[in-house]
Structures are given as C-alpha cells and as structure tokens.
Design a protein around this ligand. Structure first.
Ligand SMILES: [Zn+2]
Length: 324
C-alpha cells in the first residue's frame, strides 16, 4: 500500500531502532515501478520510490512539464502499490535543487509524495539552512518528510555535478539538523554517484557513527541517508546501517541490471528482428513472439525485481514491513 508521510516516519523509526536500512529506488518507467514494488513485496519489505528532476522531465514526454511527469509517476506507484498489504511504499523526490522549490510545494500540496529532498548543498551553509527551513515549514504542515544535505557527494546525478568531494563535518550536521528540523539527513562520507567500485572509494564509515552519536547526544536523532551506494559492497552498506543510516539510495544498479538482461535477450534472439546473413530479405519473417516489448522488457523487469529483493535482504528490511 502507499504510505503517507507519517506512516513513512514510522518506517524509518522502526529501521533506526532495529538498525536496518530502507532501500530507496530511483524510477522513471512503469516497468521499473512494477519490478521494484513487486521486489519489495516479495521481500515483505517497505520501500521508497524516488523520482529525480530528470525523471519527471522525461516522464512528461516532449513537453518536459515536471508537474505532469510527477503526477504520472505518482499515480502509477499509488495504483500499483494498492495490491500489496505486506509492503508499504512511499514516493520521494530526489535531489531537488532550490530552483525546484515551487515544484516541491506543488507535489506536497497535491499529495503526490511521501517525502522530498531539498538539496541546497551547493549553497553556503547559511543559505542552505534558510532554503531547507522553508521547505520543512511547508512539508511538515502536510506531514511530508524532508531530507536535507550539506557538503557534496562526488559524481554525477542528473543535474547535480560535483567533482570536489567534501566530507560532512559532524558539528555542521548538528547545526543543520537543529536549525532546519529535517527528518532525514544525507551525509557525505565518500560515496560516489554513478558507476563506481567499492574497493576504490575512500569511504569514511566511522564518520556516520560520529554524526549519529553527536545528533543523539544533543537529543535530535535523525535517520541518516547514504547516497551513491550502488558501487558499495554489502559489508560497507551493512556497516553504514549499523552506524546510523536508515535510507540507502539505489539507481545505477537497476539501470545496469535492466540493460544487461535486455542485452542478453537480444544477443540470443537477434534474428527475431534482424535478417540472418544466410536468408534472403524477401524470405525473412521477423518473429513477433520475440519482438513484442512484453517479451523482452519483462527480462529487465525480472532482473530488477530480483535485485531489489536482494537489496532488502542485504539491508535487513526484508520481513520487517510495518504492515506485517
Ligand atoms: Zn544522491
């Protein structure tokens, strides 16, 4: 079922108390939405779907009207999630920069989402706090959760490009949380957006614990968020969860799985749509039972469903839905 913001708050509270992680999955297409919600349900896990600014533009088609795109994704998720009473599904806006402020307000006021991320991390701290506070003021009126961020996460994610890497300072995290009252806090601990390999990343997992301990000590415990987690090892992610992370963002991994599954299908079934060299084009008949999109897209769907189920088992959210 689709969860409201206050229910999603319960999800994160349970995750924090029992030290497991909620997988937040970036989606655009209906294929991904089906795969990922079914994956959460197969794992008896709650989960968060995420749409980036690029995703809502894409979803709207040629108009690139982000409100249309967000409405479309939201209605697909809400409708599809209705079928499952063993998995609570939320919808989050990922990395909305301050120029998307009006869009965030639109999504909040129209009940499209469960939570939003305002990413003003490119601004100076004081300005980041001011903008984030404004979003929190609107969101909390509608029981919508807010994720904020300070520092930069290395790599590329849609319109966010950062090649410098700044680790979050615990004292700044404390100041940011106290002044903004965000519900979720994205810490920069050395992860990369996009494709990366765990071994090459200088990950500061102790920094997560340092931030978490400091927030708890000052009576403002929050759920910490790990971005750019697709290239991390299971152990790295599980350590991050143990240290205070409750939300792990996943995007790239699904994209690779989907592409690989579809590529494998077409490598095997190439001549269903391409005339083989030993047959005359006049005699060639393409094979509709193979090129029907339902036949090959479903391969990507099955792969993504297995991936998210595996993520939930890895993060400990499997069999831990608040709906059970
Ligand atoms: Zn991110």
């Amino acid at each position: 079922m689709f969860l409201t913001g206050d229910k999603m708050k319960d999800v994160f509270l349970k995750a924090k108390r029992n030290r497991f992680g909620i997988i937040a999955s970036n989606v655009v297409f209906d294929t991904q939405i089906r795969a990922i919600i079914q994956g959460y349900a197969a794992a008896n896990s709650d989960g968060l779907m995420q749409m980036s600014s690029g995703a809502v533009k894409y979803a709207a088609g040629a108009s690139q009207d982000i409100k249309i795109g967000a409405e479309l994704i939201s209605v697909m998720i809400k409708t599809f999630a209705k079928q499952f009473n063993n998995a609570g599904i939320g919808l989050h806006i990922d990395h909305a920069t301050p120029n998307y402020f009006d869009f965030l307000v639109y999504c909040i006021e129209n009940g499209l989402v469960t939570s939003v991320m305002i990413d003003a991390s490119a601004e100076k701290m004081e300005e980041n706090i001011r903008i984030t506070k404004e979003v929190v003021a609107v969101a909390h009126k509608y029981n919508i959760l807010v994720e904020g961020e300070i520092g930069h996460i290395k790599g590329t994610e849609d319109e966010i490009v950062s090649d410098t890497e700044l680790y979050t300072k615990p004292e700044e995290a404390l100041e940011f949380v106290q002044k903004t009252d965000v519900d979720l806090f994205a810490a920069s601990v050395g992860t990369n957006h996009g494709v990366s390999k765990g071994a090459k990343i200088e990950l500061h997992l102790d920094l997560i614990k340092e931030i978490d301990d400091l927030l708890i000590k000052h009576n403002c415990e929050r759920g910490l968020v790990l971005h750019g987690a697709s290239g991390l090892t299971d152990w790295q992610q599980q350590t991050a969860i143990k240290n205070g992370v409750v939300k792990i963002n996943k995007d790239t991994h699904y994209q690779m799985d989907m592409a690989a599954a579809v590529q494998a299908f077409w490598e095997k079934e190439k001549y269903a749509i391409v005339c083989p060299p030993d047959i005359s084009p006049d005699d060639y008949v393409p094979n509709k039972s193979k090129f029907d999109p339902r036949k090959w897209l479903v391969k990507g769907e099955e792969a993504m469903q297995a991936t998210v189920k595996g993520f939930c088992e890895m993060s400990g959210s499997a069999n831990n839905s608040i709906l059970l």
